[in-house]
Each structure stands twice: as C-alpha cells, then as structure tokens.
Design a protein around this ligand. Sequence first.
Ligand code: GLV
Length: 308
Amino acid sequence: MVILYHSEPKRGAHWQQQIKQAFPDIEFRLWPEHGDLNEITALVVWQLKPELLAQLPNLEVIFTVSAGVDQIPTEYVPKNVTLVRMINTDLEQQLTEYACMGVLNIYRGLPLFTAQQRNHHWKPWYCKPANQFNIGVMGLGQQGKAVLRGLQQFHFNCKGWARSQHDLEGVDCYAGAKELSTFLSDLDVLICLLPLTAETKGILNQDIFKALPQGASLINMGRGEHVNEEDLIEALNSEQLGYALLDVASVEPLPEQHAFWSHPKVQLTPHIAGITRPEAGFISLKENIERWQKGLPLLGVVDLNQGY
Ligand code: GLV
C-alpha cells in the first residue's frame, strides 16, 4: 500500500514518521518524491490538480487535510475513488474558540472601545443580557454544531440555519431559502460555517445583509467566496452592518490594495480559525487508514454530488 502526501511539508514529515511506526507495511511518500505513480493507492492532500489525478490509475481514496473540500476539483475525481475530509475534535475545538472569541468581543463592545481608546475617549457602553443577544450560525455540520454548543455556554440566544431541517437542543433551527429571512431578522451576529458549493458561493451578499437588523455583525469562518466582498464593504459603509470579523478572503493572501486591510469595521485573521495540527490530524488519519485496511466505512466521506 502506497500513500502519496502533497501538502505542508513539516506535517508530512511528522506523519511519515508516525505511519512508519503504526503501519510498517505502508509506504508514505512525500511530494515531490512520488516514485512510480501506478503504485499510489491513496493521496493525502490540501489542493489537488486534475493532471495529477489523471496519472493515478490505481487510486482508491483521497484524504484531505482540511475540513472543507472546495479546493478539490471534485468533477475530476473518478466515481470509484472515495474523497474523505478531515474531521477531528481538535479542529472543532479551535473553531469553537475562534467563534467564542469573535462573539464575546462583539457582545462586550471591544470594537467600540478600541475605537474610543484611539481617541482617548472614556465612555461606558453596557451590553444587554446574553440571553437577549441573538447569534445565528449558517451551516449545521459537525463544526456548526460544535460552535453552537460552545456559544450556548454563555447563554446566548442561539439560532441555526442549514439547507435541510435540523433538530438541536436549545437552538432554534431554520431550513432552506424559505426560512432564511426569518432566521436573519433579529440576529446580532451572523456566523458563516457553510461548506463552499455552487449553491453557497456568494451567499453572503446584499440580500442577506439587508435582511439582518441594522448594525448586526458578521463572522466568516467559512470561505472567502461565500462573501460578495463589494456588497460587504457597501453594507459596512452604509452602516447596515456594524462590524465584520473575517478569517478568510476570496483571494489569499489578501491582495495589497484590498479595502479590507484598512477598513475600520473589519478585523482580519489570516485563515487560522481552525488548522489541522500534525498530532491531532494524525489521530484522524490513522483511524481512517485502519478502517480502510479493514474494509470498514471511512469517517468524513464526501458526497461528490453535494460537494461536502
Ligand atoms: C480550513 O479552512 C479547513 O477547511 O480545514
């Protein structure tokens, strides 16, 4: 069994070591040392070029190092190849931390106090009780659910929206286009944790911003392409939106001239909300390799028709 790894080199070297110990019969090759491509039965990748896929006649499975798989050209993945995304509790924990950090900052007025401090302005502002602060999470997969559980600990009023109906304890759930405006109508903070698909590309546009109460905030922990960036800047400038915390952008790294860099109502982070750490990621990979060897169903299999 031969696995080819094509992603961040340091993590690859760590996993190569770990594989050697855990699976002496598996060869774990690090790109660009791919050897004979006919021997490769599994890939471990972040991005993937169709040209590489075309050279792997015996490929059975693709493990992504990411939770999102939008960077994989799924239309080129043969039907007999299983695509698996990274699922681990460490990733969920990191995303929960990030969401709580962002929401608590907004809830307690830190963007306002930061601006006031710049002007040497001492002026109290008092937040409302947490159970009157409405937070809506778009995307109710593993990560959306984990983030909601984290936010519930602060007694915020939590709502969720997804394509299909969900039933989550203590969360008002909404489904589909029909219920979207009701979901948005009273939110203080909207958090995006959707997968990026043809359907969700550009979903965070002026229609959504207008459906939110004036002054609401946005936290985007999904993908940059979920956002219509021009509409977002317009919504911030017109004060329809109060603030945006963005971990992702449509072009990364963000181009030098981009308006987000210096916008007073935008806080940027460079795609760090949740990363696959070598140790935690290996636990997930190991579990799936064991399952693969035993012919058991893998964890995190992507539905190629749905794209997540
Ligand atoms: C990171 O963005 C991921 O998809 O894991």
